[in-house]
Design a binder for this molecule. Sequence first.
Ligand code: SF4
Ligand code: SF4
Length: 437
Amino acid sequence: MPKKIQYQELAKILPDDDILQQCMHCGLCLAVCPTYDLTKLERSSPRGRIRMVRSVARGEMELSPLFADEMNFCLDCQACETACPAGVKYGQIIEAARVVVDKANYGSKVGLPIKRFALRNIVASKNALKFVSKLLWIYQKTGLQKLIRSSGLLKLFPNNLSEIEKLSPVISDKFSDTQIKEIELPEGEVKYKTAFHFGCLMNTMFADINIDTIDVLKECGCKVITPKDQVCCGSLMGHNGDMDFALKLARKNIDAFEKQDYDFLISNSAGCGAFMKDYAHLLKDDPVYAEKAKIFSSKVKDITEFLAEQKPEFNFNLEPETAHVTYHDACHLIHAQKVSEQPRQVIKSLPGVNYTELEEASWCCGSAGIYNVVRYEDSIKMLERKMKNIKNTNADVVITGNPGCMGQIKYGTQKFNVDVEVIHPVTFIKRKLKSKI
Ligand code: SF4
Ligand code: SF4
């Protein structure tokens, strides 16, 4: 691909040069960067990547496979943003760089079209995702999965396919959108007007968490509106270089929720919540949607953020069953949304909780969207570190607010033989009121 076109394209897509120049090369972000920790190479650090992006944008360095690899090696965990004293918006820089890397397509000529097709036509399409999930459900429930696993057939395929297959989440027996009514009301007085985003993968693979979210909200006196015409938030597409398509989804969600009367838009998936909070920035230059996006994003709340900040009175008796618990910070909750104290407050406030803080709780577990699938080996090194820390707490339950982290840590329990249950905060709360519902 001609170099000049790439430079111009990159310059158009990237944040302004003055944003890239905000990095003062202090290096304070290096200590929190999992990829720098693995390689000790400057180019695999946030500071190194920012320098590379700036050099390519200015035409001082060629866009190359090495550049592409470094941009994709980054987890987009945004731990560097939290650590940065200069307030460098690293997430915006890496996501823009990935759009360019995606266009350059240095990898396999079929890999990118397959990834794009799957994200656009399966993940983002409610019906297609439900159809594929049903097929997976049949594969998992009929014994076919057990047969294929025990046959060793998958080991014949390259790229750790047999291990990656184990990462696939268990498909829910019933999808959540068929169980949640468009308007759900609490038993007593309505104290809060909320809306709920049920997600794409959450709907078919974590339907129970969606149902638990609705139940807990209702028990707190919330009216919950779940518009049927909502769509996938677009985060997987946005983080994987397909921002144009991600923004189409953002506009559809804004249209779907704009018609409703609500004060808080509840998300139970850290990745979705972070991306929806970012619609305001991503659509800031859209003449039609800029203002609407600002209003939409201002209402988005993670479920634990809502519970900790609003302190609703629970309309149920909590079961004081004892549990030794620890908490893993999902990157898109702690770094992208700056939500870390709220889930801890909620968990610790529940009766019977014996809480132990997790060492390096905010260190990425290696899930990072589809990173554990496309860069399995790197992701496993991060997971091993996470599992060691979890084991050291001696906790029986690890709580985390992102489905990707849940799937990754559950896989880690088997791979590294750690006996711990992995659950979502809202499921942990729901368990306390199980006897009532
Ligand atoms: S986003 Fe995470 S992996 Fe990427 S540079 Fe920042 S700290 Fe490192
Ligand atoms: S902490 Fe911020 S300013 Fe310092 S090197 Fe990292 S990105 Fe640049």
